[in-house]
Design a binder for this molecule. Structure first.
Ligand SMILES: *Cc1c(COP(=O)(O)O)cnc(C)c1O
Length: 383
């Protein structure tokens, strides 16, 4: 058995990252300022997006995005149920109704067919998730959305560095990235909205800082004009420069980080290939893509042990795991208030009961991967 505990993830913070943060702390300007501006610019460059707005989190970004699009009571928003709870929560909090699209059992990605089946006269927005770092078939989903004249916003929280047909996520659309501590690069907490829609951009900038008609930081004035006034009551979800400096420094290494993740993920695939009852996610088929490997997810379909016991047994072997995610539609609030019940989304539920994220972070070694696989074999053999 492994001597030291291998966590499911660990953020990689280099000396350069730390020096960049310290330089902000010494600069006399802590909240959003030049580091935010530089971070936005670099994300635009990297993803080939027209505009980017740094935010305190992807969740906050989703909130002001829904507000900016005027989504509210009576409106429906299509998204998967097997995702982080924040999307559905924000939809509910603005008074709209989440409509959960079924996923493909093998890839856990929503399909164009499942999205189309959810469209009604009330549909105001479609939010696909590029799960674990693999892209959904966004062209096919976009074509359906265009046919019905419905906008699409891509949840890119797992997919910084993902390519779909050679394009970065959100390069020609609106997308939301997250820089929460477990994501491929991190600010501690943080998010970024990219968009090619100038009107939307204006609203996001307004809502992210109290509804003032100007940004929090005016490069010419070295600060906000004291004459700025409220156009519409807004929120407070700007990113500090302390956080932006960390994100900016990490962004320089994104391709290196993802290459390391890919190497580890491919080794997992190879070593797990013959283990019965452990099913890694499949690659999507039908389009060219590059995986960002945010997560390495397996489905525990063994007859000998269920997922929860599997996770507990691995922990006893000093291997940490994660659960990304429990389906939203069967969580207490959604069951009790929105009438969802088991059986509504069979592929989603099958996965929700079986998924487990294995350790995956850039500082891991091939031997760490081998330790995980050894522990998995031990757990299965002793179940
Ligand atoms: C992390 C995550 C979010 C939310 O990101 P925050 O920055 O933590 O608000 C949204 N969607 C998915 C799929 C995520 O994994």
């Amino acid at each position: 058995m492994r001597k030291d505990f291998l966590p499911f993830t660990r953020p990689e913070v280099t000396d350069n990252d730390i020096a960049e943060v310290v330089s902000v702390l010494k600069s006399g300007w802590l909240t959003n300022g030049p580091k935010n501006a530089a971070f936005e610019e670099k994300i635009c460059e990297y993803t080939n997006s027209k505009n980017a707005v740094a935010l305190s989190s992807a969740t906050a970004g989703m909130h002001i995005l829904l507000e900016s699009m005027g989504i509210g009571p009576g409106d429906e928003v299509i998204t998967p149920a097997l995702t982080w709870v924040s999307t559905a929560n924000m939809i509910v909090l603005v008074g709209a109704t989440p409509v959960f699209a079924e996923i493909d059992r093998d890839t856990m990605l929503i399909t164009p067919e499942s999205v189309e089946a959810c469209i009604s006269e009330r549909t105001k927005l479609i939010i696909p998730v590029h799960y674990a770092g693999a892209p959904v078939d966004i062209d096919a989903i976009q074509a359906i959305a265009d046919k019905h004249n419905i906008p699409v916003v891509e949840d890119a929280a797992h997919s910084l560095g993902t390519l779909y047909k050679g394009r970065h996520i959100g390069g020609t659309n609106t997308a939301l990235y997250s820089f929460h501590a477990i994501k491929n690069i991190t600010c501690g907490e943080g998010g970024m909205l990219t968009t090619d829609d100038d009107e939307l951009l204006k609203k996001i900038k307004m809502y992210k800082f109290h509804g003032l008609g100007v940004d929090a930081f005016d490069r010419q004035n070295k600060g906000r004009s004291p004459q700025a006034e409220v156009f519409e009551p807004g929120y407070k979800c700007n990113l500090t420069d302390i956080c932006a400096a960390l994100g900016l420094s990490q962004l320089e290494r994104i391709d290196e980080i993802n290459a390391k993740r890919t190497e580890l993920a491919l080794l997992y695939r190879e070593l797990l290939a013959d283990i019965e009852g452990i099913e890694p996610l499949h690659d999507p088929v039908g389009y060219d893509f590059k995986h960002a490997w945010h997560l390495f997810i397996v489905r525990v379909s063994s007859e000998k042990i269920n997922r929860n016991d599997f996770m507990a047994a691995l922990k006893e072997q000093n291997i940490g795991t994660g659960l990304h995610f429990r389906t939203i539609h069967l969580q207490k609030y959604y069951r009790e208030n929105m009438g969802f019940k088991p059986g509504d989304l069979p592929n989603t539920e099958w996965n929700s009961d079986r998924i487990c994220s294995l350790p995956l972070f850039p500082a891991m070694t091939a031997d760490d991967v081998r330790d995980v696989v050894t522990a998995i074999k031990f757990v299965l053999n002793n179940a």
